[in-house]
Design a binder for this molecule. Structure first.
Ligand code: DLL
Length: 436
C-alpha cells in the first residue's frame, strides 16, 4: 500500500512528543481563554488563573467542560479572544433549533485548519492528479469552504459546486472526469437512485474516492456505497465548534479515523458521570481545540458516542483512531421502554441486498403504546407484481430488525424515490408521539 504524508514529522511523532506538544499548546490555550470574561470567571472557579496551573496533561481534567449552551449564551462575541479586526472568517450553525452558535478564525487559525484538511486529504492517497468535486453546502456551514481550501492547498483541481441539483452534479462528474467527491452519505445514495434518469451508469464516471461525513451512517451504508460506485469511501468527522471537518479522517487503510492530536485533545467520557473512560470503551467524545486563537474552546462535549483504537495503524501514523460515530447522547429513542439508536436500524436495513438507497424511521402512538414504522425504499426490480415475494422480503426485514432492537417494527416497502430525501444532512427520524 502506498503511504503518503502531508507532514510526516508531525503525523508519525512519538506519543511522548505529541503529549508534550499538547501540554505546550494547552498552556497557550488557557492564556488565550483568560482574555474573555466568560472563561476568566469559569476558570477561576476551578482554581485556574494562569497557564502555570497546567503542568501536565493530567491538569486538563481540572478544566471544566463546555457545552453547546455555553456557546449560545455567549452569542455572538462572548467567546471572542482577539480583536474583531484580526478575524478573517466566521462560520455558524444554522440556528434552526435555537440561537445559532458561531465560530471565529484568524488568518493563522485558517492556516492551521487548512493544513489539517490537506493532511487528511493526502492521508487518503489523493494528490494533484485528482479532480475534486465538493458537493457540500458552501456558506456558513463548514463542510463546503473547509474542504475547499485544504483541497486547493494539496493542489487538486477543485470544483466548488456545492450541494443539490443532482442532474448538474452528474453532468459535472462526467465533463470534468471527477475522481474524488466530498458529500454526505445520504446524498450520495440519492444520486445513485437518480443515475438511470440521466442515462448514466456508475461505470460512465471516473470516480475513485469519496469523503463521507457530516452525518451519522453505518458501516453497511459505507460498504454499499463503495460497491454501488466501485470506489473507496473515507470517513471524515468534525463539527463546527471544532472548526468543522478535519478533526478526524480515515487513511488509506480505512480502519477508523485518525484524530489529529497535535491540534485536538481527544477524551472519551462516561456521559452520565463525566468520568474519563479508557481507550476501547464507548462513551461521549470530548474535544479541545489547540490551534484556534480567535475563539478558544476546551473540553467541549460533542454528544457524539464513539470509542478510541489504541493499536498502532499500519500506515505509521501515531495519532490515535476514533471509531465510527455510533450515535449521539441525544438521539436515543425510547420505544415502549426499550432504548434504540437510529444507527442500529440503519445497520440492519442497509445490509439487506434488496433495500435501495433510502429509508426512514417513523414513530407514532397507537393507544398508549408506541408504534415504530421503518419505511424502506427497495430496488425497482423487486416490484414484479409477485406479492408473495414482497411479503417474504417484508418479513425478512422485520425479523432482522426484531433480532437487533428486540422490538417488533412495522416495515413498509416503497418504490425508489418515494421517500423524502435531502441534499445535505439527512433527516430520517420522524417522531410524532408527543404531538398526538
Ligand atoms: O458536519 C462538519 C463536517 C462537515 C464534518 C463535513 C464532516 C464533513 P456540524 O454541522 O457542526 O459540522 O455537525 C457536527 O455532525 O457532532 C456529528 O454528530 C455529525 N457528524 C459529522 N461528521 C460525522 C461522521 C459538520 N463522519 C455533527 N459520522 C457532529 C457521524 C458525523 N456523524
Amino acid at each position: 500500500m502506498d503511504i503518503t504524508y502531508w507532514n510526516k514529522d508531525i503525523e508519525t511523532m512519538d506519543r511522548s512528543a505529541i503529549e508534550a506538544l499538547q501540554v505546550k499548546r494547552l498552556r497557550e490555550l488557557v492564556d488565550q481563554s483568560l482574555k474573555t470574561e466568560f472563561y476568566k470567571k469559569r476558570l477561576s472557579r476551578a482554581g485556574i488563573t494562569s497557564a502555570d496551573d497546567i503542568q501536565s496533561l493530567d491538569d486538563l481534567r481540572r478544566l471544566p467542560f463546555n457545552v453547546k449552551d455555553d456557546l449560545r449564551q455567549n452569542f455572538p462575541t462572548g467567546l471572542l479572544a482577539v480583536d474583531m479586526r484580526q478575524v478573517v472568517r466566521v462560520h455558524s450553525s444554522s440556528g434552526t433549533t435555537g440561537i445559532p452558535t458561531v465560530i471565529y478564525l484568524t488568518q493563522q487559525d485558517m492556516d492551521n485548519w487548512t493544513n489539517l484538511i490537506a493532511r487528511s486529504i493526502v492521508a487518503t492517497g489523493c494528490c494533484q492528479d485528482d479532480v475534486f468535486q465538493n458537493m457540500m453546502t458552501y456558506g456558513l456551514f463548514t463542510g463546503g469552504l473547509g474542504l475547499h481550501y485544504g483541497a486547493e492547498r494539496v493542489g487538486m483541481t477543485v470544483i466548488p459546486v456545492g450541494g443539490g441539483n443532482t442532474q448538474r452534479q452528474v453532468q459535472i462528474m462526467k465533463d470534468f472526469k471527477t475522481t474524488v467527491l466530498h458529500v454526505t452519505p445520504s446524498y450520495l445514495l440519492h444520486i445513485h437512485s437518480k443515475l438511470e434518469n440521466f442515462n448514466t451508469e456508475p461505470n460512465d464516471l471516473y470516480l475513485k474516492k469519496a469523503f463521507l461525513g457530516a452525518e451519522p451512517y453505518s458501516e453497511n451504508t459505507c460498504l454499499k456505497l463503495e460497491e454501488l460506485y466501485g470506489i473507496d469511501a473515507y470517513n471524515s468527522y468534525g463539527l463546527s465548534e471544532m472548526n468543522g471537518p478535519g478533526v478526524a479522517f480515515e487513511c488509506v487503510y480505512k480502519q477508523d479515523m485518525h484524530v489529529w492530536e497535535d491540534a485536538y485533545i481527544l477524551e472519551i467520557i462516561d456521559p452520565e458521570t463525566g468520568e474519563s473512560l479508557p481507550d476501547g470503551e464507548k462513551g461521549e467524545v470530548v474535544l479541545t481545540n489547540l490551534v484556534r486563537s480567535a475563539m478558544p474552546l476546551f473540553r467541549y462535549r460533542t454528544r457524539d458516542l464513539a470509542f478510541v483504537h489504541p493499536e498502532p495503524c499500519p500506515c505509521g501514523r501515531t495519532h490515535r483512531r476514533l471509531s465510527r460515530i455510533l450515535g449521539r447522547t441525544d438521539d436515543m429513542l425510547i420505544i415502549n421502554g426499550v432504548n434504540v439508536f437510529p444507527s442500529q436500524i440503519e445497520e440492519v436495513v442497509m445490509a439487506v441486498p434488496e433495500v435501495g438507497t433510502n429509508y426512514l424511521i417513523h414513530l407514532s402512538k397507537q393507544g398508549t403504546l408506541d408504534r415504530l414504522t421503518v419505511k424502506v425504499e427497495i430496488y425497482a426490480k423487486m416490484f414484479t407484481g409477485n406479492m408473495k415475494e414482497l411479503d417474504a422480503l417484508k418479513k425478512k426485514i422485520t425479523e432482522k430488525l426484531r433480532a437487533s432492537i428486540t422490538i417488533n417494527p412495522h416495515v413498509e416497502l416503497h418504490e425508489p424515490g418515494a421517500l423524502p430525501h435531502s441534499e445535505g444532512k439527512a433527516k430520517r427520524v420522524f417522531d410524532e408521539r408527543e404531538q398526538l
